[in-house]
Design a protein around this ligand. Structure first.
Ligand code: GLN
Length: 211
């Protein structure tokens, strides 16, 4: 499916409690995505077809999720099969287990366990060329890792989209949930966002067929 046909109808929301939600919004708007909403209250989820949970500080974001009463609404959004993509801190928020965020319980929207700041202080930030087979065109993608979480384990139903080095998953997917430990919104390269838009668009088409 071409980008032209999927961009107009997909309504994308970005959880805008904290972190780099504006960078995602800017990239999506540049791509021509007509509806890019900042999600600040649970009711804002009613007007979108797919949600991005951005990078930032998972400690702060988790507190705001509770303060703004987002937990059950996010779980419900996921239960309705609507696509969700977590980047960096967003990945920590949607994981099944998150080391270093105790006592907060992550949302358990994807069967992965992660460790906050898993690449250590000396590697607080780094860049790596990633191979991501699903991207079009299929050339290396610049992975920007900023105090990134490490994915320690993935469940049987989780698909690995990209690995770092020999065996560290850095982009994973389970049904309609995608998690990346790097920051595609900081590259200007919209191929990963395109992948997410396709997921949202396919999901919309599937819903239309069901009704
Ligand atoms: N280290 C941050 C955290 O634990 C994540 C960093 C990021 O999102 N770039 O929340």
């Amino acid at each position: 499916m071409s980008i032209d046909s999927i961009v107009p109808k997909a309504r994308i929301g970005i959880l805008a409690l904290q972190g780099d939600f504006q960078e995602h919004a800017a990239l999506l708007s540049k791509m021509g995505c007509a509806t890019v909403n900042e999600v600040r209250l649970p009711k804002d989820l009613d007007y979108i077809d797919g949600l991005i949970i951005p990078g930032g500080e998972s400690t702060t974001m988790s507190k705001l999720i509770e303060n703004y009463d987002f937990r059950s609404s996010l779980i419900q959004f996921h239960g309705e099969n609507k696509p969700i993509w977590g980047t960096c801190a967003g990945t920590i928020i949607i994981a099944k287990e998150a080391e270093g965020l105790d006592p907060w319980k992550p949302l358990d929207l994807i069967d992965i366990s992660v460790q906050r700041n898993g690449y250590g202080r000396q590697l607080d930030s780094f860049q790596a060329n990633l191979t991501i087979d699903k991207l079009k065109p299929q050339t290396p993608f610049a992975g920007i890792f900023i105090r990134a979480p490490k994915i320690l384990s993935i469940g049987e139903k989780v698909e690995t989209l990209s690995i770092l080095g020999n065996n560290e998953p850095v982009a994973v997917k389970q049904k309609n949930v995608v998690a990346t430990t790097f920051h595609p919104e900081l590259t200007g390269d919209f191929r990963f966002h395109q992948l997410f838009l396709e997921l949202v668009s396919d999901n919309l088409s599937a819903q239309v067929k069901e009704t």
